[in-house]
Design a protein around this ligand. Structure first.
Ligand code: ZN
Length: 110
């Protein structure tokens, strides 16, 4: 008995069934009273088998996706408030402070 229940015979059988049926149906056909085999289990075991046989997944395969290196966005000092996050307004001799809408008061913009 194979430790995870997948014998070479069973993998072969799954492969054959997959030619005719969907992963879901194949799983149902291979399921036993003791062990239910899901579509993902079928696809997973067949995929691992393919890898074992030397298959290399294509670069665009969801199994081979590498995280892209996003260029880091540089923050710039807000040109509106000069990086302080607020704007001083002089009105009739009174000085008022207004939050900067350009950078949302963070003092930095992208
Ligand atoms: Zn600003």
């Amino acid at each position: 008995m194979h430790k995870n229940g997948w014998t070479q015979e069973k993998i072969k059988e799954a492969k054959e069934l997959m030619k005719t049926y969907s992963g879901k149906t194949t799983g149902e056909k291979l399921s036993t009273a003791e062990r239910k085999i899901t579509k993902n289990a079928v696809l997973g075991v067949l995929y691992r088998q393919k890898i074992k046989e030397g298959y290399t997944p294509p670069a665009d395969s969801p199994f081979a996706i590498k995280k892209p290196n996003y260029p880091r966005r540089r923050l710039k000092i807000c040109p509106e408030c000069k990086g302080i996050g607020y704007i001083k307004l002089s009105f009739e001799g009174e000085e008022n402070i207004k939050s900067c809408d350009v950078c949302k008061s963070s003092g930095e913009v992208y």
